[in-house]
Design a protein around this ligand. Structure first.
Ligand code: SF4
Length: 342
């Protein structure tokens, strides 16, 4: 089985029927579904399948709501140098490539990612490194994209080594879908390329459903964890994929079992053509409250919203405190309230 990259390939595989709106959707964003993800799709229930829903283009992508944005988290407004996003004083994003193993239809960078997307040239990468080198306040560099683990191990190793040589960089963080979507890329060479040196190296793994943590993905995560790389889970809350408490419960347990600490549950961004994936913040808070009653702190992600316009992430609850004439009301994990003499 090969990665499917065209509508025709999806049609031949029985994943979509001919529909002119799909051509429009495919024009707006590249298609890629790896053999690992294809193998997880329930062919008897494609229309409702949480894996298919993430990667198979839908006619709903052609419906653009007025509040939806081309750059929903304001990367462009905060980019002083090509490939760098500098939103907070002590950290930057560095985007060396725009390719990914799969193309997630809800992606907040859906208009940038794809095989036609521009990778940084050698000179542009040097300019981005110089920007970091010249700013001693930058303590954390987050490699994102696209997916940095799509780089050849040698090139990725050189980039990690260059960052490691910048004395004020204390943390290098890599965000990736590769361990889940294309686990065969997590080879010994790749692990050696990113293995911690002076700076701490953390890896954020994007995973939205427990089924994505198939044996090959778990083995890839195991290789990374065995090399001393701490793993964080990043999940996007998505209608029809994981917007119910049992699915989130299973996912968070599966992540912790694979040695991945659930880090963020992202509220879906206002990305153009992704209204069919969005849930309300009230529903997200309800789900988080239900998880609080079920899972230990180890398995709890923080529910966050990326404030449109480049203003960064904030936790969006639910809150557990209310007013009380003699102090505060505290709501416990099971919904009961208690007075606290603050
Ligand atoms: S892997 Fe990440 S960057 Fe690439 S399409 Fe999916 S969400 Fe977007």
């Amino acid at each position: 089985m090969q990665t499917l990259r065209t509508l025709e390939a999806l049609e031949r595989d029985g994943l979509v029927a001919a529909d002119p709106r799909l051509a429009e959707a495919a024009e707006a964003m590249a298609i890629a579904i790896t053999p690992e993800m294809l193998g997880l799709i329930d062919r008897d229930h494609i229309a409702d399948d949480p894996i298919a829903r993430q990667f198979v283009p839908s006619a709903a992508e052609t419906e653009i709501a007025p509040e939806e944005l081309a750059d929903p988290i304001g990367d462009e407004a905060r980019s002083p140098v090509k490939g760098i996003v500098h939103r907070y004083p002590d950290r930057v994003l560095l985007k060396p490539v725009h390719v990914c193993p799969v193309y997630c239809r809800f992606c907040f960078r859906r208009e940038k990612v794809g095989p036609g997307g521009e990778a940084l040239s050698a000179d542009e990468l040097q300019a981005a490194l110089t920007y970091i080198r010249n700013r001693p306040e930058i303590w954390e560099v987050i490699l994102t994209g696209g997916d940095p683990l799509m780089m050849a191990p040698r090139r990725l190793g050189e980039l990690v080594a260059a960052l490691d040589e910048i004395g004020h960089v204390g943390v290098i963080r890599i965000h990736s879908r590769v361990p889940v979507a294309d686990p065969g890329r997590i080879t010994d060479d790749l692990v050696a390329a990113i293995k911690p040196r002076r700076a701490a190296l953390w890896l954020g793994v994007h995973c939205n459903h427990a089924r994505e943590l198939a044996p090959a993905a778990r083995a890839a995560l195991g290789r990374l964890a065995d090399a001393g790389i701490p793993l964080l889970g990043q999940t996007v809350l998505l209608a029809g994929v994981n917007d119910d408490v049992d699915t989130l419960d299973q996912l968070m347990r599966a992540l912790v079992s694979a040695r991945v600490k659930p880090y963020y549950l992202h509220h879906p961004d206002l990305v153009r053509g992704t209204g069919h994936f969005r849930v309300s913040i009230a529903r997200g808070q309800e789900l988080m409250a239900a998880l609080r009653g079920r899972l230990s702190g180890l398995a709890q992600p923080t529910y966050v919203l990326d404030v449109p316009g480049g203003h960064g992430k904030v936790p969006i609850g639910p809150g557990y405190l209310g007013d009380d004439p003699e102090g505060l009301q505290v709501r416990d994990a099971f919904g009961r309230t208690h007075r606290y003499p603050d």
